[in-house]
Design a protein around this ligand. Structure first.
Ligand code: GLN
Length: 564
């Protein structure tokens, strides 16, 4: 029978509960355990698919097409735990399911209430992830540990039913089968030159009012926590001293977090408490990746030109995938977050000169589109490596149509319904869609790559599968014209109906994809196209250096990019 770990958060939001949960998952996996990860989100949206990136950061898409919370990205990057629709539930989904049951008459005339109906539904989804096979693989191992992260902060009205459900769950399963980990903040007060434990005491107090006594406290802190302070926290929060774990801020990399939890013996504590007998974890691959991060051989700069550039979480997986490619190439990457509207206002020359690669990510809505088109034109004409993703590919197609194929008014019908040349448009199956939630082309789908293309070279294969999240597609009527002008279609769906990858071979590296490769990148295994793109950026930088030294110009980095 699977053991359960519940991770809750207190004091403030954004403490990195997702990262901590993912790190715990990884440490347990490295001890040979089979782990499943799950996030329960207290908001009422059925999924984050309809939420603005300003509200909620990126929407993380799984193979099965579910649109989930970005913490699931941490889970996938840190662990091998298979993620499915069962890995993320929201209050909206829980209520929707209970209301559907009520409409079907399944409650036999009873009054439907938060306790027991909503809490039973929540307990059901926790149980389900432990019992359901995640794959068709008959050799799939039974689950040893389920880690369920509860979104929000203790004390929120919205999270109460979830807290109540996990309290009941632990009573029903037996205390020894479950472990409550509470993540809290131990702030440092500069004026007093002291760490303050009171917020943690209050937060644990709130949890205990709900009936949950945490077993372990993970304390986020800027400064080391003294033994005295740990003793104080232990005493006031009713936990043992060894269960007060320090999690100090990591300035260098988030990939240090698991190692810091390991140093503080969190994984062995969890195994002891849950009666799991396992060998010590082997983290050699993780040490190796940190060693690579710390000792780069190259330096490159990549501009990410998007609508939500100022919002760090909006392109989370893109930034992570760039970092992974940097690790693979031992390249230290400076990422410039450029607002596409600023490119419109100030021109690409001023904002983008000097970058070794330009990436235009996915997105929705018209704002900043022309800035993206200008950025892509700049990359294409100046020979700067370019990588377009989803909307980024659609903009690359529009740019090429306008400035190379000669279709001046070309556009995507998402932004101009009456364009004379709808190079990006809706397919018939999307035309009559009314609901906004969950109705896009979603999830993993196969792509066939042209042998010998840059894409096929990067993947080392012609048959790949990547995740999608979009409505609009390349308009097939234009394929031959693009080909004739030098933009090649090098990846399509296996039936050749949908364009997946375009390339401009007469350019150092110009590749754009309709899917979202960033969701499958891992720190220990960079996504192949990101690796290819960053590799091209490294080459670009070296060429610039060589040109500069041939011309006797110092400080190549400060020079604007020279036209190729
Ligand atoms: N807005 C575009 C579409 O719906 C692109 C979506 C995206 O970039 N994820 O097709």
């Amino acid at each position: 029978m699977a053991k359960h770990i519940f991770v809750t958060g207190g004091v403030v939001s954004s403490l990195g509960k997702g990262l901590t949960s993912a790190s715990i998952g990884m440490l347990l996996e490295k001890r040979g355990l089979s782990v499943r990860m799950q996030k329960l989100d207290p908001y009422i949206n059925v999924d984050p698919g309809t939420m603005s990136p300003y509200q909620h950061g990126e929407v993380y898409v799984l193979d099965d097409g579910s649109e989930t919370d970005l913490d699931l990205g941490h889970y996938e990057r840190f662990t091998g735990s298979p993620l499915t629709r069962d890995s993320n539930y929201t209050t909206g989904q829980i209520y929707q399911s209970v209301i559907n049951k009520e409409r079907r008459g399944e409650f036999l005339g009873k009054t439907v209430q938060v306790i027991p109906h909503i809490t039973n539904e929540i307990k059901g989804v926790i149980e389900r992830i432990a019992e359901t096979k995640a794959t068709d693989d008959p050799t799939e191992r039974p689950v040893d540990v389920v880690i369920t992260e509860i979104g929000g902060t203790v004390g929120d009205i919205e999270s109460l039913p979830f807290m109540e459900a996990i309290r009941q769950f632990a009573i029903e399963k037996g205390k020894q089968e479950c472990l409550f980990i509470h993540l809290t903040l131990v702030p440092y007060l500069k004026a007093a030159r002291e760490l303050k434990t009171k917020p943690t005491q209050h937060s644990v107090g709130l949890l205990r009012q709900i009936g949950i006594q945490p077993d372990v406290l993970v304390c986020r802190t800027e400064q080391p926590i003294s033994r005295e302070d740990r003793e104080k926290i232990a005493l006031f929060c009713n936990v043992s001293l060894e269960a007060v774990i320090e999690e100090r801020d990591k300035d260098f990399s988030i990939y240090e977090v698991p190692l810091s939890l390991l140093d503080n013996r969190l994984d062995s504590l969890i195994c002891d408490r849950l009666g799991l007998k396992t060998p010590d974890p082997n983290l050699s691959d993780w040490h190796e990746l940190l060693q690579r991060l710390r000792n780069p051989s190259h330096e490159v700069s990549i501009a990410v030109v998007g609508k939500y550039a100022e919002h760090r979480d909006a392109y989370k997986s893109i930034y992570e995938a760039i970092d992974h490619a940097g690790i693979a190439h031992r390249a230290q990457i400076r990422v410039g977050r450029i607002r596409s509207e600023d490119v419109e206002a100030e021109g690409p020359e001023r904002l983008l000169s000097g970058y070794d690669g330009i990436l235009v990510p996915g997105g929705f809505g018209e704002r900043g589109i022309e800035g993206k088109v200008q950025a892509i034109r700049f990359a294409r004409e100046k020979g700067i490596p370019f990588f377009g993703i989803c909307l980024g590919m659609q903009c690359a197609v529009v740019e090429f149509a306008r400035h190379v194929v000669g279709l001046e008014g070309a556009h995507s019908t998402e932004f101009d319904k009456d364009t004379p040349d709808p190079v990006i448009c809706l397919l018939d199956e999307q035309r009559n869609v009314v609901d906004m939630g969950g109705t896009m082309r979603l999830g993993a789908q196969p792509t066939r790559l042209e042998p010998g293309s840059e894409a096929a070279k990067c993947y080392g294969s012609s048959d790949i599968s990547e995740r999608h999240r979009h409505r609009y597609e390349f308009n097939n009527c234009y394929r031959s014209r693009f080909n004739a002008h030098g933009m090649r279609i090098t990846g399509t769906s296996p039936d050749d109906a949908l364009v997946e990858v375009v390339e401009v071979p007469d350019h150092p590296w110009f590749l754009a994809v309709q899917y979202h490769p960033e969701f499958k990148s891992k720190p220990t295994a960079a996504q192949p196209l990101f690796a290819g793109f960053v590799g091209a950026a490294v080459q670009h930088r070296m060429k610039k250096r060589a040109n500069a030294s041939a011309e006797g110009t110092p400080a190549a980095e400060e020079q604007p990019t020279t036209p190729s």
